[in-house]
Structure formats: C-alpha cells, structure tokens
Design a protein around this ligand. Structure first.
Ligand SMILES: [Zn+2]
Ligand SMILES: [Zn+2]
Length: 431
C-alpha cells in the first residue's frame, strides 16, 4: 500500500463526490498498482482541494467529480467482509467469506441500567448480529469455521457463554477454537476456560493454543488456525483465504521472559493472539490488546519481511494510547483502520469513557499527524468525533477532533463498521 498511498488518497476524496451523486452502493476504491484508476487520479490531483477546505469543496468541485468518475471501480471480485460489531467497549469481529465465517473475539460491555449511565448489553448485541448474519448467509448453516479469543479479558470473552448456549441449542456450530491457552489470570479467564472445555468435550472440534515463540519469523499456521482449505473450483470465489498467527502467549521458554520487565510479562494484553488475514490481494491485521512492548517485538520480527503490510488495521486495544505505535502504522501502511470501542456517552465503569478510548495519541498515528504516515484513504466526508486527549480521575478527558481520513470507530458511528475487501485488491469503505 505504501507506494500508492497518495494516489489512493485522492481516489477516496473524490469518492465522496461519487457517493453523493450515486448514493452509497457498491462503490469501491481500487488499491491495485495496475489500476486504471491511477491515470485518472493523477489528473484529479492537479485540481485537488486545499487540505483544510473540507468536504464541501470536494462536493462542489465538479471538475474533480468529472475527472475521477472514470476511476470509480465497482468490483465483482469475491470479497472478505470484516464486520466490526458494536459491542461497546470490547472486541467482536465477524469475518465473512464466500465459503465460511469466523469470529475474532466475542467480548463487549455490559453497562448499568441506571438512567445516568444508559443500558447496554453486548451479549444481546452479539447474539442479534450473529443471528441476523446467519439468517442472511443461510448457506453457511450457522457454522463458525473458527472462533478466536485473543486473550482472556472479559471485553473479549463475555459473549462466549451466550455462544456456547447457542451451540448447545443447535443454533450455531463451532468447528475450531484458537486462543492463547491461558487459564490462570484475566477478567475473562472463566469464559476462555469454558471455550477450551467445550472444544475438549467435542472431539470433532479443532483446538490450538498459540505461543509467541512458536510464531517465529514467518508466523504460524495450520489447519486449526486456518481451517479454510484451498478451494475447489467454484468455492470461495476460487480464492484460498489464509490466516497466520503472528503473536501469542509468551510462555516460560520464550526469550522475552528475560528481556521484558515483570510489568510487561504480567500484562495479559501482551499475550494476545495477533492474526494476519489474507484473501487474494486483500489483507487485514488484528493485534488484540497488544501493548507497546509486544508491538515493538512484532515490528522487530515482521517489519522487514512485509508480513505486517496490510490494507486494513483493526486498531489494537480499542484505540488505547498504548495499543498503536507510529512504527507499527508505518510497517502496515494501511488504507483504513477500525477502532472497536463504545460511545463516550455511557459514563460508567468498564466503558470507553472510563478507559479514555480512543486516545488521541493513537488516533493521531492513524491520521498521520504524528511520526507516522497514517492510513492512506479518506472518509467520503470528515466527521467530528470524541477523542480522549488526557486521562484524569478515572476517566478520559474528551475533545472533539475532526476525522478526515478513513479511521472508523464503532463508538463514533454508533453501529457495526463493515469493511469489504475484494480479492482483486479493491476496498469498499464502510457505508
Ligand atoms: Zn480489550
Ligand atoms: Zn485486554
């Protein structure tokens, strides 16, 4: 993505005009280096608006609309769809493929129902989303080919109980389970253990515990981590989806045991399973709640090989100050990022408000305002969003920031963020 960053930027800005004119639909942004879009975009770049001129200028500038109309791509290439479900403060991402589905984390927020806080139950949100998904994709027969828990914190595991109840009732099927294997500490360890037990009690279910030292230089994959076989003709759009684990639990045999501080080792977040997903020319990275020590390890291990270079970044640790670094963003050169965090309007314990998510330090890295290049695409229209610029007295101090680039958050949008990545390398912005 790096070389095309600037070009893709202007495709995206122009896309706003296209969306306005046509209504949001199957408009896609071409990210491929061989794209016909490149020539048209280079013309458009000469007439680009000033950076601060806002979306009104883009909409009003008919020259840009005209020039870029030819660069608009409606792809019929098969797609991987990332559904970042709105589970409040927490993570649950449903990955939809032509030939199957997987779930990365099953967490979320449960807020008090007092009037001051507002009521939210991520279990209800997750179950409703999963039901609606399998109703639409009846061809999948309620099957999750894979359920991954990045680490045993409750904002990543809360929904396991509900999912296992659905499985017991025959409403869903779980074929494979991947976790970091931890069964000791963590606010969600009871749920992680329950998923381990479920897999152990059902011999047909594949189970794999990902250890950091086993991911080595090229990442780790096998038939459990990547249960999607190379497709026979006509299945999965003739694309072989591949899933690679790039990080996992740092166990006693890891060299990091001597290199890391006790605080880094004791932090469950640093033991998150990190995954890279590839679908044809499309790719995405999930880092769970990895914090700076682990992110530095990830970049040191994979940065040079290009294994971190992806189109979509599911922002780590809910956009926390310690979940994204400029070095990671530059290694990914992502087109787009999605943060999973709740709205700051729910002012209770264990909410985005109480954690100060997302934090300006991380969002700034994604916007390219700091030492990073940021994401390369732009939103069709800039939004004003709540971002924590500080943290005091057990809560984030939030300010309104303008978000022009393609950085999305479930908390800002107030709903699931769905990104469509086509196998030919084109990408559709969330609607
Ligand atoms: Zn978390
Ligand atoms: Zn965590």
């Amino acid at each position: 993505m790096r070389a095309l960053g600037t070009l893709a930027t202007w495709v995206s800005i122009a896309l706003g005009a296209c969306l306005e004119a046509r209504g949001a639909g199957d408009v896609a942004v071409d990210l491929g280096p061989e794209s016909d879009a490149v020539e048209a975009v280079e013309i458009a770049a000469e007439t680009r608006p000033e950076p601060d001129s806002g979306t009104d200028t883009v909409r009003a500038d008919s020259a840009i609309e005209t020039e870029v109309a030819g660069s608009e791509v409606v792809s019929d290439s098969p797609a991987m769809r990332l559904h970042v479900i709105d589970v409040g403060q927490g993570d649950a991402v449903l990955v939809e493929l032509p030939c199957g589905a997987m779930l990365i984390d099953a967490g979320g927020e449960q807020s008090d129902d007092s009037a001051a806080v507002g009521s939210f139950d991520s279990d209800v949100a997750l179950e409703g989303y999963v039901r609606a998904f399998f109703a639409r994709r009846a061809d999948l027969h309620g099957t999750f080919d894979l359920v991954v828990l990045s680490h045993p914190h409750i904002d990543h595991t809360r929904g396991v109980t509900r999912l296992l109840a659905m499985a017991a009732a025959g409403e869903i099927v779980i074929r494979n389970v991947v976790t970091n294997g931890a069964e000791g500490s963590g606010s969600g360890v009871r749920e992680q253990r329950a998923l381990h037990d479920y897999a152990d009690q059902h011999p047909g279910i594949g189970r794999w515990y990902v250890l950091e030292r086993k991911t080595e230089a090229t990442g780790l994959t096998n038939d459990v981590i990547d249960p999607f076989p190379a497709p026979a003709a006509g299945t999965c759009g003739d694309v072989d989806p591949t899933i690679t684990a790039l990080w996992g639990r740092v166990d006693n045999d890891s060299t990091l045991q001597t290199q890391w501080s006790d605080a880094d080792l004791d932090n469950d977040n640093n033991h998150s399973v990190a995954l890279r997903l590839d679908f044809g020319a499309a790719s995405a990275l999930f880092t769970g709640d990895l914090e700076e020590a682990a992110i530095a390890g990830l970049v040191a291990r994979y940065g040079a090989s290009g294994l971190l270079d992806v189109d979509v970044y599911k922002a780590g640790h809910h956009g926390s100050h310690n979940g994204t670094t400029a070095a990671l963003v530059n290694a990914m050169s992502p087109a787009l990022a999605v943060i999973s965090a709740g709205p700051v309007s729910r002012e209770g314990d264990w909410t985005a408000w109480s954690y100060g998510h997302p934090r300006w330090r991380a969002v700034r890295d994604l916007l390219g305002d700091n030492d990073s290049d940021g994401v390369s695409l732009y939103r069709p229209f800039a939004i004003d969003a709540q971002v924590a610029t500080d943290y005091e007295n057990g809560q984030g101090v939030f300010e309104t920031k303008q978000i022009a680039r393609a950085v999305y958050s479930t908390g800002w949008e107030g709903r699931a963020v769905v990104v469509t990545l086509h196998a030919d390398g084109t990408l559709a912005l969330p609607e």
